[in-house]
Design a protein around this ligand. Structure first.
Ligand SMILES: Nc1nc2c(c(=O)[nH]1)N[C@H]1C(S)=C(S)[C@@H](COP(=O)(O)OP(=O)(O)OC[C@H]3O[C@@H](n4cnc5c(=O)[nH]c(N)nc54)[C@H](O)[C@@H]3O)O[C@H]1N2
Ligand SMILES: Nc1nc2c(c(=O)[nH]1)N[C@H]1C(S)=C(S)[C@@H](COP(=O)(O)OP(=O)(O)OC[C@H]3O[C@@H](n4cnc5c(=O)[nH]c(N)nc54)[C@H](O)[C@@H]3O)O[C@H]1N2
Ligand code: SF4
Ligand SMILES: [Mo]
Length: 696
């Protein structure tokens, strides 16, 4: 028997896409079932970080909660009342509705909203291609609350988003990122650097695992990173620690920066919860230890100041000359590939719903549109025109977009909502058609992580699609066929499409299958700017950006001073005295995903609000007590965990529980009323709130 089992057990390599870390994994498949999965890592076994989600992959893939067949809401039936249907029926209906909307309201009334799970690589390209060929400019990603806004700040400063070279760095600055929870390979790199003596500076309002080990932990006030980065720049300049030779030759705007640098540590420290001496020490440690890199993350995203704060962090890299050097922040070497999005097919005067954010719409050849709040505006306020039909691919916006009551109103107002997802969600509940999507292990795809820099790795199908689910690519290709766009999607298989896209790199799927660890297109090169310059209009690092000035924004971050409080509802602090923080990404879950998976749920059965013991005492709240957390937008309920990981005056709420527990959606507390002027980013993780005891 055991001999028989051995024969049918296969080990295969692929990329896991259960979260955006895109880890290389080896899976074990037995008789068409996933039985185990293991992350491949260069770290010695004792230093490897386990991933509970990956360990639970067999349970996730073979979950009884998987959608089996397409679901159609019966005409006239209330939301949530579905009948199973065939793919043929479901796709015919979707294609019919696409056409009907185009005839009645124009093609732009059809929009596509993409969440995090399908990847920003080929699946994003295919969706854009379909929509552009159909005639709608409105393929919108959620990058305004994730890292695309940060990428724009890099592009406007250096021409591309840098990649921290953690393994070779002498000083690692972790700025609003928590890799032990969110990216095990990067966490391993940080711990390995630390073990060989690299210095560690952590900027985080929370005492994370990394903060606890740091040489310097800057417990910055949430949302105030821009002021901190400017104060560090100021200290580096005042102490004469700039890399003057680099700046003289390769930067523009240093004088403007000097004039703008009103952020003396002594003046601003108290306002951002820090000691001036600590800010100065961090600035000096970073500037004096060479090479140094900055690992930045989601703590900088989802802030009202996201663009300016990230620009300021970018300028720190430039003034210290840490750009594109070994152990510093590397400029990526793009993998040559064919443009796939067919943007040229749109009418020249096509106006997307995100028109109010023109720079964000156009900063990059492949990101496309990412001001996701604008989709809600267009549905509800019909600004700049109404959106009537929405496809939601791999997202759960009813829970994950800020001000979720408003989002729900918008989804309910649509003429037609299509959801593509492997599972039934609160967003799917509102749909007219739900299409069962295959999970990552059931499909072959090209991920963005492996297109943006040098080495291509294939996410390769290792399992058959479960039930009647289909991969995103196939759903899109088939919909294209039904919309008369077969000529634009001539490929019968995804392999053909990937070969077409990768032709300029001379790489094929077959070659990638032979090299599951990936194929490097070119050796890593440093100081590439010396030959090529920076990919900015001036060819230099743009500390001051003429493009921004011309568009009416600050050319140098914070040149006009501090633009008001970055925390939502700060004007009502008397009623809402606590800083609410949308909290930790648990390594057990990905946003709203996997909360029904038994083993993961057992590891983490509920979400807690972390409250400082001094605050709990003042409110008469005991550990484990049920509380209500209230903002002008709504409330959530959960139990309190007394914890000194948060600063006094802050409460950290558990993120991602809102799909399972309607009463625990952090986005019932957040607002979409104020947004970053460049990137449309609302304050998704920082808001003033009230904490009070609740009845059980
Ligand atoms: N308040 C607050 N708001 C936030 C955040 C926060 O921290 N606080 N985080 C923000 C960030 S960074 C992000 S990225 C977003 C995330 O927002 P979403 O992308 O909406 O989050 P998920 O809950 O991960 O939803 C992904 C959905 O895709 C489905 N899915 C999984 N794999 C596939 C697949 O291969 N194909 C398809 N079609 N579907 C698939 C999953 O079942 C799930 O329903 O939320 C943002 N919103
Ligand atoms: N397990 C798991 N992994 C994931 C995900 C998941 O949901 N679960 N989501 C994936 C996605 S889509 C993303 S975008 C990444 C995000 O991954 P990360 O970039 O690591 O993001 P977070 O863990 O949300 O936040 C990082 C840190 O920012 C801190 N922070 C909060 N507010 C502020 C602030 O105002 N300033 C500063 N400096 N820090 C602040 C938080 O305390 C936290 O420690 O993770 C990906 N990986
Ligand atoms: S961290 Fe875990 S879930 Fe995320 S990609 Fe890596 S192995 Fe998969
Ligand atoms: Mo994200």
């Amino acid at each position: 028997m055991s001999c028989f089992l051995k024969e049918v057990t296969m080990r295969k390599r692929t990329v896991c896409r259960l979260c955006s870390a895109c880890c290389l994994v080896e899976v074990e498949v037995e008789a068409g079932r996933l039985v185990a999965a293991e992350r491949l890592s260069p770290a010695p076994p004792a230093q490897r970080r386990a991933c509970p989600k990956l360990a639970a992959a067999p349970e996730i893939v073979h979950s009884p909660e998987r959608l089996r067949r397409p679901l159609l809401r019966q005409p006239g039936a209330p939301p949530g009342r579905f009948q199973e249907a065939s793919w043929d029926e479901a796709l015919s209906l979707v294609a019919h509705k696409f056409r009907e909307c185009r005839e009645r309201y124009g093609a732009p009334s059809v929009a596509w909203l993409r969440g995090m799970a399908a990847d920003w690589g080929a699946p994003w390209d295919y969706a854009n291609r379909l929509m552009n060929a159909f005639g709608s400019p409105n393929t919108v990603g959620n990058g305004s609350v994730c890292h695309v806004a940060r990428e724009m700040a890099h592009v406007y400063t250096f021409g591309a988003m840098t990649i921290p070279q953690i393994r070779d760095s002498g000083c690692v600055v972790v700025w609003g990122k928590c890799d032990p929870d969110t990216n095990p390979p990067a966490a391993e790199a940080i711990f390995a650097a630390r073990a060989r003596g690299a210095r560690l500076i952590v900027v985080d309002p929370v005492r994370t695992e990394l903060a606890a080990q740091a040489d310097i932990w800057l417990q910055v006030k949430p949302g105030h990173d821009g002021a901190l980065a400017m104060a560090m720049i100021r200290e580096i300049m005042d102490a004469g620690l700039c890399d003057q030779a680099f700046l003289d030759q390769w930067a523009v705007g240093l004088e403007d920066l000097r004039r703008a640098a009103a952020f003396a540590p002594e003046r601003i420290a108290a306002g951002i919860w820090l000691e001036p001496g600590l800010i100065k020490a961090a600035a000096r440690l970073y500037a004096e230890t060479k090479p140094a890199c900055i690992v930045e993350g989601n703590g900088l995203d989802m802030q009202l100041h996201t663009f300016e704060a990230t620009r300021a962090v970018c300028i720190l890299r430039a003034v210290t000359g840490n750009l594109d050097i070994e152990g510093g922040d590397l400029l990526p070497q793009l993998v040559p590939s064919r443009p796939m999005q067919l943007r040229e097919r749109l009418p020249k005067d096509a106006v997307p719903v995100t028109a109010a954010y023109p720079l964000f719409n156009t900063f990059h050849p492949t990101w496309g549109l990412n001001a996701q709040s604008c989709v809600v505006d267009a549905i509800l306020d019909e600004r700049p025109y109404p959106v009537k039909l929405l496809v939601v691919q791999s997202g759960n916006p009813a829970v994950t977009m800020t001000d979720s009551r408003r989002v729900r109103r918008a989804l309910e107002k649509l003429d037609f909502l299509v959801v593509m997802d492997p599972f039934f969600t609160r967003t799917a509940e509102l749909a007219h058609v739900v299409l069962p999507a295959a999970l990552c292990f059931e499909k072959t795809q090209l991920n963005r992580a492996f297109l943006r820099h040098n080495t291509v790795v294939l996410q390769d199908k290792v399992l058959p699609c479960q039930h009647e689910s289909r991969p995103d690519w196939q759903i899109i290709f088939e919909l294209a066929g039904r919309l008369g766009l077969k000529e634009d999607f001539p490929w019968e298989t995804v392999e053909e499409a990937i070969d077409f896209q990768l032709a300029p790199a001379g790489i094929t799927v077959e070659m990638l299958r032979q090299e599951p660890a990936g194929i490097a297109v070119s050796p890593t090169r440093y100081r590439k700017y010396q030959l090529e310059g920076f990919a900015t209009p001036s060819g230099k690092v743009e500390i001051s950006s003429e493009r921004l000035r011309q568009a009416g924004h600050e050319a140098v971050p914070y040149a006009r001073g501090w633009p008001g409080d970055p925390i939502s509802f700060a004007d009502r602090a008397a009623e809402f005295p606590f800083i609410g923080m949308s909290g930790r990404r648990s390594s057990n879950y990905t946003h709203t995903q996997f909360h029904k998976v038994g083993s993961l749920r057992q590891r983490e059965p509920q979400g807690f609000a972390d409250l400082h013991p001094a605050d709990a005492a003042a409110l008469g709240i005991a550990d484990g007590q049920l509380v209500r957390v209230v903002t002008p937008k709504g409330e959530v309920r959960c139990r309190v965990r007394m914890s000194e990981v948060v600063h006094k005056g802050a409460v950290r709420l558990p993120w991602g529980w809102g799909d399972l527990e309607a009463g625990l959606n952090v986005n019932d507390l957040t607002d979409d009323d104020r947004r970053n002027a460049v990137t449309a980013t609302p304050s998704a993780r920082t808001f003033m709130c009230r904490v009070e005891k609740a009845e059980a």
